[in-house]
Ligand binder design. Structure first.
Ligand SMILES: *Cc1c(COP(=O)(O)O)cnc(C)c1O
Length: 470
C-alpha cells in the first residue's frame, strides 16, 4: 500500500472536485444561509494516528463543523463591516493557494509574484483616483495597515529629532492627535510602544465624529519645527464621518506633521462620483489604510498600506530584515520583505487582480453606489416603522439607529438585537454613540439587493412585536 499522502496525489482530481462541489453547494445557498449559529454543537475528533486522507477528512468536516458555518459572506450579514467574495476573487484566491507563492522580491530571484503586486498597486491607485506618489503593500487587514503606517510615522518623528527609533528604541512620548480613531489604531499604538493612552483627543464638530480644525489648531505646538502625528479618519465605523482633508492639508503651511488616514472602507467613496468629494485632499496624506476584505469584496484577509514614495527609506528602516545575509542585500533590490511587518507573505495580490480585471472601474462604481442606495432605503424603512430614529444621517453605507424614545422603556436594544440575530435571517451589531445604545447595519456586500432590505425590515418589525407583546 502506498502512503496516504502519495495516494492523495493520485486522487487529486477527485479531491479538488469534491472541494469544488462543496463550494458550489455552499455558494448556491449563500443568499439564504444562516447569519448566525446560536449554540455550536461540535464533537471534535482526536488527532488520528493513520490519517483519513483528504476526501475522508472533507467528509468528516462536513459532519462535524459544516453545520456551524455562518453565511457571513452572504447578503444579510451587516454586522461590523463585512464584505463578501466576488466570483473572480474566489477563483483568484483559490489559485493563490494552489500556486503558494511567497511574495517578496521583485527581481525574479526566487518567485516573482511581487511583480503582480506592484501592478495591482497601480490599478488600485487608479480605482481610488490617488496620485502615483504612493507605494503600496498588502497586509492582512486595516489593523496591520494602521500599524505599518504608524510605524513609519514613528520613524519619521524620530528622524525629525535626529534619532533612529527602529534601531535605538523609543525613548520619548510621541504626540499623536486624533478625533475619532478606530480601535485598531489604538491597538497599533500599544503594539508600537507609543502607548494606547497617548492619543491627544481633538474636539469634534458639533454632532459629528470629524475633528474641529480650529480647535485642533489651538492644541498644536506653536513652534513649526515641532513634529507630530495626525491620525485622521475617512469613514468612522459608527456614523461614517470623514475628517476634512482639504483643511488638514492647509495646515501643512504652518505645521510639521505626518498625516495618516484610516480609510479602511471610506476610501470606496472614491468610486462614486456623487460621494468622491468626501475624500477631497486625501492625496496629501503620508500614509493611507484601505481594506479589501470589506468593500472590494475579496476573501479574508486583505488590505493595503499606501505610503508616499519619498518615505520609502523610513519604511525600510522600520522593516529591514537585514540580519539575514542569505536574503540578499536590501539596498540593491526592492523586496516586500524589507517593507512590511511580515517576512513570508501570501500572494494576496492575485484575488485582487482577478476582481479588478473582472469587474473594472464601472463594476466597482455599481457595487459602491448600490450599497449606498440600499443603506438609504434601509434607513427610510426603519424610520417608516415608527419604532426607530437615526443616530446620524446616512453619509455612505452604514445605518446607525436607536429605539425611538417613546418605546425606549419597552424595547431594550440588547433584547431586540438578540431577538433579531437569533432568527439567522439578518445580522447586525451594537454600538454606542453619543452615550446612546445604537444598532449598526453596514452594507458593503455586492450580493445585497432591495429584497434583502425588505426581509430585514420585516424581521425587525416582528422582533419588535415579540418584545412589545410577549
Ligand atoms: C475594519 C476597520 C479597521 C480594522 O480592520 P481589520 O481589517 O479588521 O484589521 C480599521 N479601521 C477602520 C475604519 C475599519 O473600518
Amino acid at each position: 500500500m502506498k502512503e496516504l499522502i502519495r495516494q492523495d496525489i493520485d486522487r487529486l482530481p477527485e479531491i479538488l472536485q469534491e472541494a469544488m462541489q462543496l463550494s458550489l453547494r455552499y455558494l448556491q445557498h449563500l443568499d439564504a444561509g444562516p447569519t448566525a449559529v446560536i449554540q455550536p454543537q461540535i464533537d471534535w475528533p482526536a488527532l488520528p494516528w493513520e490519517g483519513l486522507g483528504a476526501k475522508g477528512t472533507q467528509h468528516l468536516f462536513e459532519q462535524v463543523f459544516l453545520p456551524n458555518i455562518v453565511a457571513s459572506s452572504g447578503p444579510k450579514y451587516w454586522g461590523f463591516v463585512t464584505g463578501g467574495t466576488t466570483p473572480a476573487s474566489i477563483a483568484g484566491d483559490w489559485l493563490t493557494t494552489v500556486f503558494d507563492q511567497n511574495t517578496q522580491s521583485t527581481t525574479g530571484v526566487g518567485d516573482c509574484s511581487a511583480l503582480l503586486e506592484l501592478q495591482v498597486v497601480n490599478l488600485l491607485l487608479d480605482l481610488f483616483s490617488l496620485p502615483d506618489h504612493y507605494m503600496g503593500a498588502f497586509v492582512t487587514g486595516a489593523t496591520m495597515a494602521n500599524f505599518t503606517g504608524l510605524a513609519v510615522a514613528r520613524q519619521w518623528y524620530g528622524q525629525q529629532n535626529k534619532t533612529d527609533i527602529a534601531r535605538d528604541g523609543l525613548r520619548t512620548d510621541i504626540p499623536v492627535y486624533a478625533g475619532t480613531p478606530h480601535s485598531s489604531s489604538i491597538k497599533a499604538m500599544a503594539m508600537l510602544g507609543m502607548g494606547s493612552k497617548q492619543i491627544i483627543q481633538v474636539p469634534l464638530m458639533h454632532g459629528r465624529e470629524a475633528m474641529e480644525i480650529e480647535a485642533l489648531k489651538t492644541l498644536l505646538p506653536a513652534d513649526p519645527s515641532q513634529p507630530f502625528i495626525l491620525l485622521a479618519s475617512a469613514g468612522t465605523v459608527n456614523t461614517v464621518d470623514f475628517d476634512n482633508f482639504e483643511e488638514i492639508a492647509k495646515l501643512r503651511q504652518d505645521y510639521n506633521f505626518w498625516l495618516h488616514i484610516d480609510a479602511a472602507f471610506g476610501a470606496f467613496a472614491a468610486c462614486s462620483p456623487a460621494h468622491a468629494h468626501l475624500l477631497n485632499g486625501w492625496g496629501q496624506a503620508d500614509s493611507i489604510t484601505i481594506d479589501f476584505h470589506k468593500w472590494l469584496n475579496v476573501p479574508y484577509d486583505s488590505a493595503m498600506i499606501f505610503t508616499r514614495r519619498k518615505h520609502a527609506t523610513l519604511q525600510m528602516q522600520c522593516f529591514q530584515n537585514s540580519a539575514a545575509p542569505y536574503l540578499g542585500n536590501p539596498a540593491e533590490q526592492f523586496s516586500y520583505l524589507n517593507f512590511v511587518p511580515e517576512n513570508s507573505r501570501r500572494f494576496r495580490a492575485l484575488p485582487v487582480w482577478f476582481t479588478l480585471m473582472a469587474y473594472g472601474q464601472l463594476g466597482y462604481r455599481r457595487i459602491v453606489e448600490q450599497s449606498i442606495n440600499l443603506a438609504n432605503q434601509l434607513a427610510d424603512s426603519l424610520l417608516g416603522t415608527g419604532y426607530f430614529h437615526l443616530a446620524a444621517p446616512v453619509r455612505l453605507n452604514t445605518v446607525c439607529f436607536t429605539v425611538n424614545p417613546d418605546f425606549a422603556d419597552r424595547i431594550n436594544r440588547d433584547d431586540l438585537l438578540h431577538c433579531l440575530n437569533e432568527t439567522g435571517k439578518v445580522f447586525m451589531t451594537p454600538t454606542s454613540y453619543c452615550g446612546k445604545s445604537c444598532i449598526r447595519a453596514a452594507l458593503v456586500n455586492y450580493r445585497t439587493n432591495p429584497e434583502d432590505i425588505g426581509i430585514a425590515v420585516e424581521e425587525i418589525k416582528s422582533a419588535v412585536q415579540k418584545l412589545l407583546y410577549p
